[in-house]
Ligand binder design. Structure first.
Ligand code: XIL
Length: 608
């Protein structure tokens, strides 16, 4: 009883701390109470060691969630650390917390290519020997908790981004049927548990989710015991929304197609990553991303749960350098001090509205979450002016607009003298740069009737180049990127042909012939570039045609195109500097969201 009263006090205190919400005494809803009335699972993930180090989490977990996923303890490297030696201490600790609070348990995960135990790594096994190990593992782990786990992620992340099967040791030893064997063994060990296939990057309709759909439809057709599909939902701020990478309507359509197979769908590992410090504006956008995700899920009958990948920000896996590059990431529902965040209130509001309860947020506050762009007012540009009469185009408006003089005569030769009187601008947004480092970039742009020209002058005391593969990790070292949206629609929030990120690495220094280039859609256009070492750092001079298969840009006075410039800097083996021109891109997201570009306005040098 004492314990119950204590928990109630905690719940009430927490409720008072929920941002933007007040309730009369005695009717304090929580995320858990709302979810239970809706017969919906709201889950969180926790490792036994986090429970141990932060005992205060227990009350939070049991008050606010009705389902729990062991974040790590059921993975093979922890639960069977030696061949045939099982260690259930960690998993038992998470299970006992869940059972003490009548929470559902979501087992995670029986087979995964990561957390692969050392004793199994690198072995040469026959199909039969591997099946034996697979069967023993699954039967022992699932069997121990028979009747107690609501669901199990039987197989995790077995599909590649192109929809094919991931090359894992199990695939190599057993063949493609290792997946269905795993489901069959799990079903034999616990016929009541719902068996899920779980993966990331499958929220939108794409090659990967199509691959999973094919795999799972085949299982359903052939009667393989399978009951659900878990969409991990490790995403970035603003990934979910109209015109975004994950369109709510497409997410719903995707969930529905799995629903039509007779499967449940759950969002199993949600967190929302952002760059930089967490502030009010980011809080709103993170909350908005959660809001639209849950809103979509509740509209789909098959979507039966949403689990967040951790309880409070301080314990998120995204704080670890191997999983994200933001040590200040605040991707969860509770902050470092265990206080509920706006994202928590947002999820409650979605549930309250779905239940027909009094909303938790005002309609205006809810609208702001769904339309985060509306809160960022586009600043009007001042009248163009030249601070020096000799300039060929007006001063740029830093971070918003650049006036590109045309027609001018430029040759791409690494000599910047033909750029005299063409205005320069600098990159002011510093996403990161080591203390005391003076890396900087000044740029200019111009055109003639055939080409668009770009000049970047980087100040960099140590030019790092040639350490990383140019087709994948070019951004880890010194490079200058300019971006063009030549589609005529500057509001587009996702890449399509006609939008290109043109990255020119310092690895081009001293190179002749075709330059090394990288970036999204950069192969769509023929870029010419010369990169030269200078006293202060390096210089990039480049051109791209105005008429290509993907865009046709005809400079005329006042014509606007989307434009952006970035600098990547490395002082060692990985990128430690990121500078950005367009002020709208506060999160280093231009490589995926062209609506964050600034504007380039063509300026006719011959006008009267
Ligand atoms: C992560 C955990 O959160 C970390 O603590 C651990 O170090 C690595 O694994 N997809 C999954 C999860 O299915 O199991 C992963 O969890 C995150 C990505």
């Amino acid at each position: 009883m004492k314990h119950v009263i204590f928990s109630l006090v905690i719940v009430c205190l927490l409720a008072l701390a929920v941002p933007g919400a007040t309730w009369a005494q005695g009717e304090t809803p929580t995320l858990r109470s709302l979810a239970e009335r809706r017969k919906f699972a709201v889950g969180t993930a926790i490792s036994s060691w986090t429970l141990k180090s932060t005992p205060d989490l227990r009350a939070i977990i049991t008050a606010h969630f009705n389902q729990i996923t062991p974040e790590n303890d059921a993975k093979m490297c922890f639960v069977q650390p030696q061949e045939n030696q099982f260690d259930f201490r960690g998993l038992d600790a998470v299970v006992s917390l869940a059972e003490s609070a009548r929470m559902k348990i979501h087992g995670h995960t029986l087979l995964w290519h990561q957390c692969f135990p050392d004793w199994l790594n690198g072995r040469e096994l026959s199909r039969d020997a591997a099946i034996q190990i697979l069967r023993d593992h699954i039967k022992t782990v699932v069997g121990r908790y028979r009747g107690r786990f609501a669901l199990w992620d039987v197989v995790n992340e077995a599909v590649e981004s192109d929809g094919s099967l991931r090359q894992t040791p199990w695939l190599k030893w057993i063949g493609a049927d290792y997946i269905e064997l795993a489901f069959r063994f799990a079903h034999e060990a616990d016929p009541d548990a719902l068996l899920f296939y779980n993966d990331y990057g499958v929220e939108a309709i794409n090659a990967k989710s199509d691959g999973v759909y094919k795999l799972l439809s085949d299982f359903v057709k052939r009667g393989v015991p399978l009951h659900g599909f878990g969409m991990q939902m490790h995403i970035r701020m603003n990934d979910v929304g109209p015109g975004r990478a994950i369109e709510p309507a497409k997410l719903a359509e995707n969930m529905e197609r799995f629903g039509k197979l007779g499967l449940q769908v759950q969002i199993t590992e949600m967190d929302v990553l952002h760059a930089g410090e967490y502030d009010e504006a980011i809080a709103r956008q993170v909350a908005g991303t959660y809001y639209q995700t849950l809103q979509t899920c509740l509209k789909v009958a098959a979507c039966t749960g949403l689990t967040v990948w951790g309880v409070h920000d301080a314990m998120s896996w995204l704080r670890m350098p191997q999983y994200s590059n933001n040590p200040k990431a605040a991707p969860l529902l509770f902050d470092d001090k265990l206080k509920p965040k706006l994202a928590y209130t947002a999820l409650m509001d979605v549930l309250a509205r779905a239940l027909g309860d009094k909303p938790i947020l005002t309609d205006d506050a809810a609208k702001e979450l769904v339309e985060p762009q509306a809160t960022v007012k586009k600043a009007a540009l001042p009248d163009p002016k030249k601070s020096n009469v000799a300039q060929l185009a007006p001063d740029s408006v830093n971070g918003l607009a650049y006036y590109a003089a045309f027609p001018v005569k430029i040759s791409v030769d690494g000599d910047a003298s033909d750029w005299a009187n063409i205005p320069r601008d600098t990159l002011k947004t510093i996403i990161k740069r080591p203390d005391g480092d003076s890396t900087a970039l000044t740029f200019a742009a111009a055109a003639d009737d055939k080409n668009f020209y770009f000049l970047g002058e980087a100040q960099d005391s140590k030019v790092v180049s040639g350490l990383h593969p140019i087709d994948s990790q070019w951004y880890e070292e010194d490079s200058v990127e300019f971006y063009i949206n030549g589609t005529g629609d500057r509001k587009l929030a996702a890449y399509k042909p006609g939008i290109a990120q043109l990255a020119i690495p310092a690895a081009n220094i001293g190179r002749s012939g075709a330059p090394l280039i990288a970036g999204y859609n950069s192969k769509d256009v023929t870029l010419q570039a010369v990169v030269k070492k200078t006293d202060k750092g390096y210089l990039v001079e480049a051109s791209v045609p105005l008429k290509t298969n993907v865009w046709s840009i005809e400079p005329k006075q006042g014509l606007e195109i989307g434009f952006q410039v970035h600098l990547n800097g490395s002082s060692d083996k990985q990128r430690d500097t990121k500078l950005i021109w367009s002020l709208a891109d506060t999160q280093d997201q231009s490589y995926r969201d062209p609506s964050l570009f600034g504007v380039l306005i063509f300026w006719d040098v011959n006008q009267k």
